[in-house]
Write a protein that binds this ligand. Sequence first.
Ligand SMILES: [Fe+2]
Length: 321
Amino acid sequence: MKEAQVLRKGFALRQLVERLSLVEDPGFWRRLQPEAPITEHPWKAWEDLPAPGRPEGASELAARLRQEGYFQTEPLVPEAMIRQMRSCIEAVRKAGFPPMFALVYDVFYQALAHARPTLEAMLGPDFQLVPNFWVYYVETKDDGKGFEPHRDAEYPDTIGVDGMPTVLTVWVALTDATPLNSCIYVVPIHRDPQYPEALRDLRTGGQRIALEDIRALPTQAGTVSCWNQYIYHWGSRSSQRARTPRISYALYCQRGDVTAVDDVRLDPRGPIGFGTRVALICRSLYRYSHLSIQENEDATPLLDFMARNGVSPPARPGFLA
Ligand SMILES: [Fe+2]
């Protein structure tokens, strides 16, 4: 098989295309994981709750975001939800699909509701999701690893005049992430000599960073980590000594009162139907695959499938952590 036909995380494009009829059948996913609901409006149950207030410690987190470029919450996703999400991901992998397809299940959207007060405190009450999703599964092997060192740097001008980002990467840990199973490493922005340059030039690397300024972020399951578009970061090499795989999922969120940064965004207060979910999953797989796949005619059925479900192809490849 040509390398160009293998998606970034090792799933064959042709194999996915051949199974698109299965992918678009909600009954298939319900049979695969009967206890995990798929409804039209996974956030609806949360709408009946009182409006969340500003969470304790939000000011401290905002100060970290301005000074260091990132913050991490206390674990805030309930353990039962984490267990269900892990179970969904394992079932999807066992069925031979990329773990991304676990995002057909409601629980991944409902879990984000627990981060909503924090996200509202950072991005305003009408923040939106930028659904460039990714689900990570780094195996407990010496050759497992997360994404290489990079800045997300997909969107220019996303730091407001108050120093607060208008776009955040939101990364939810579903297992404990440790130095042995590919936790995230960052270079806090105030220790990065190239950060000012990165604000002006999205292609800025990290060649002048001192090793002692690298910070490991061991992370407890259920924690939500957020960072801005220009901080230098990566997922480390895993190890066969790791006790669990590193499982997590991520997306972007943006302020609702600024121009949309991408061609797709979602209101986390409205419905997100099954068809939209599978199309967004395919869009993200396409988006984060090697660029060569995006020029590959074998991808045409995948693009047609996305169009049938109302999702256009992404304008450019992505680089989420
Ligand atoms: Fe990233």
